[in-house]
Design a protein around this ligand. Structure first.
Ligand code: ZN
Length: 87
């Protein structure tokens, strides 16, 4: 019954979601880096295009991390720093 009480706490669930998003995004940044590197080796202009596209899609990824962490923990600065530096 103790576990049920923890899982029903919305702040706890949002914090857990933010931390899980942080781990998943951090892990998927590795193949993104490899893809950018390989594209740059094949054709530098293609590498630049891939880098710009990855930069653009990192914006919603940052929101996917920072927003649940902020809602769950109530610490907007720490949530933003987590999104900036851990992903
Ligand atoms: Zn990504």
């Amino acid at each position: 019954m103790e576990v049920m009480a923890i899982e029903s706490d919305p702040a706890e669930r949002m914090t857990r979601m933010g931390l899980l998003n942080t781990i998943v995004v951090a892990l998927h940044n590795f193949p993104e880096g490899v893809a950018t590197f390989m594209a740059t080796l094949a054709e530098p202009t293609l590498g630049l295009a891939v880098a710009v596209a990855i930069c653009a899609h990192n914006i919603p990824e940052g929101f996917a991390i920072a927003l649940p962490l902020n809602v769950g923990s109530g610490t907007p600065v720490a949530s933003s720093l987590c999104a900036w530096f851990l992903t």
